[in-house]
Design a protein around this ligand. Structure first.
Ligand code: NAD
Length: 489
């Protein structure tokens, strides 16, 4: 396939067509980014800050155009596209403004044996970072890697998802339009399918940031392993929400409904499972189904969320609902008939066995399971009993932070959903099948640099140099004594 066509998921109209980049074109883009990397690094934190903030201003000033494109190519309602862009720009601004401070060299103590030295660590950008992105948040998600990597001093070659190529192109072209005197190669897009992503892994990039499914993540790691290219893996999720008996149940229901169904449930850190204490189960379920009463998919102005962006996802959602019902789960809202040929209506399932697909695998649709638990210990145990560990949320007036601490995930929100995703200073990422490494915040900036240790001898100590053949015999005799003195206690 040497052409790439993206379709409007609400109408199947063609939104954009691109030539698929050949391997040679991918390698050439990375070579160009490599040449520009030295210049990019040389302009320093202030130079990069100015440029990233100019890009952010451009994106804000031309947001109507981008939001319209996001609506047409991804299918999400325009207000959701606006929120997505707003959050992305928060992260760009944070990284641009804080990179200098976060990544400045740090003094370290040289220790007694090297007391005549000074020591420091520096954070060195990798050079060129390859970024491979998904389609569900086609601006926010890749931006988490791209803006962070750029702010840390790397140039970037980006392959957007084949489902949202035009959004990726528009977003990256905006950088060049906002910074017309920059050389080519600060941020370059290569268009294509999986094979183009695989070529990017083998292109000579010095780091690869991947966001997508765990299955593809493993292929990306295998391709990167050929050249020992380090990777960041931002993968799928199966996030749980725990609703304690002392929670504000109305608030919990309102936020769980949004966490489960916004963006059609196509959110890596969306709520897919709820564990509710038995004494408040019925009340919570009543409130939750009520919350969904006015939640409707569509493509018009009043729609709560859009169509499924990737048609093949409909089959996954159908399979999970079918499996849940077939294994004894009960739909209390919607059911199999909620899965249409473009849109999926919200589905709430109760009493779904813990080993079924709807509990163990990422559904990525507007469905949620609600499981009754005896107490919060059981809620914690079941929340942790899946192989994903991206985010989670806890609703409790008194025990929120204590329960949050016991959840085996990269991120937790207390009395909210997805709160962690919008804060510039907080890192984003997971564990296990949800991946590893971090984007956003100080940890994200450090992720896109490697530490370099620098030891500077401030003055010589004749005969005392430990790393010389001219070390004195007296020192050699003293070494065993020092060894015991320092370490035998
Ligand atoms: P996907 O894994 O199908 O594709 C992701 C990207 O990988 C696409 O650009 C695709 O072209 C590329 N790709 C496919 N095969 C490849 C290969 N062999 N080598 C290199 N690249 C290849 O995922 P998707 O369907 O686009 O996105 C949905 C998934 O992304 C969900 O699992 C979701 O949870 C996850 N996601 C995670 C985060 C996060 O930050 N943790 C954010 C958004 C989405």
């Amino acid at each position: 396939m040497n052409k790439l066509e993206s379709l409007n998921p609400a109408t199947d109209e063609v939104v954009a067509t691109y030539d698929v980049a050949t391997d040679e074109q991918v390698f050439a883009a990375v070579d160009r980014a490599q040449e520009t990397a030295e210049w990019w690094r040389g302009i320093g934190y202030d130079g990069r800050k100015q440029r990233l903030l100019a890009w952010r201003r451009y994106l804000a000033a031309h947001s109507d155009e981008l939001i319209d494109l996001m609506h047409r190519e991804n299918g999400k309602p325009k207000p959701d596209a606006t929120l997505e862009l707003l959050l992305a720009l928060e992260h760009t601004a944070w990284s641009a403004k804080h990179a200098g401070k976060v990544l400045k060299p740090e003094k370290r103590r040289p220790g007694m044996l090297f007391a005549n030295f000074s020591a420091r660590t520096e954070h060195v950008p990798y050079g060129v970072v390859g970024v491979i992105g998904p389609w569900n948040y086609p601006v926010y998600t890749p931006n988490g890697s791209i803006a962070t990597a750029l702010a840390a001093g790397n140039t970037v070659v980006y392959k957007p998802s084949e489902h949202t190529p035009a959004i990726g192109q528009w977003y990256a072209d905006a950088y060049a339009l906002a910074n017309p005197s920059d050389p080519d190669g600060v941020l370059t897009v290569v268009q294509g399918y999986g094979a183009t992503g695989a070529a990017l892994c083998r292109s000579g990039v010095q780091k690869l940031a991947f966001t997508g499914s765990a299955a593809t993540g493993k292929k990306v790691m295998a391709a990167c392993a050929e050249n020992l290219v380090p990777v960041v893996m931002e993968l799928g999720g199966k996030d749980a929400a725990i609703v304690a008996a002392d929670a504000d149940l109305a608030k919990a229901a309102e936020l769980v409904a949004w966490g489960a169904a916004s963006n059609g449930g196509q959110t890596c850190a969306g709520v897919e499972r709820v564990y509710v204490e038995e004494e408040v189960r019925d009340e919570f379920l009543g409130l939750l189904t009520k919350e969904f009463a006015n939640v409707k998919p569509g493509s018009g102005p009043g729609a709560s969320y859009g169509p499924m962006t990737m048609p093949s996802q409909l089959e996954v959602v159908r399979k999970h609902v079918e499996d849940a019902i077939g294994s004894g789960g009960q739909p209390v809202l919607g059911g199999l008939s909620s899965v249409g040929d473009r849109y999926v209506e919200p589905v709430v399932l109760v009493d779904v066995p813990e080993d079924s697909l709807a509990i163990q695998e990422e559904t990525f649709g507007p469905t949620v399971t609600v499981t009754t638990v005896r107490d919060l210990d059981e809620a914690v145990r079941l929340s942790n009993a899946v192989n994903f560990g991206l985010g989670a949320s806890v609703f409790s007036k008194r025990r929120g932070p204590e329960i949050a601490e016991r959840l085996d995930t990269g991120m937790v929100s207390v009395n909210s959903v997805l709160g962690f995703a919008g804060m510039g200073a907080l890192p984003f990422g997971g564990r296990a099948d949800s991946g590893f490494g971090r984007i956003h915040g100080p940890e994200g900036l450090r992720e896109f640099t490697r530490p370099r240790s620098v030891a500077v001898q401030r003055f010589a100590l004749p005969g005392l140099n430990l790393t010389s053949f001219n070390r004195s015999k007296t020192i050699d005799r003293l070494l065993p004594r020092m060894l015991r003195l320092l370490h035998k206690r």
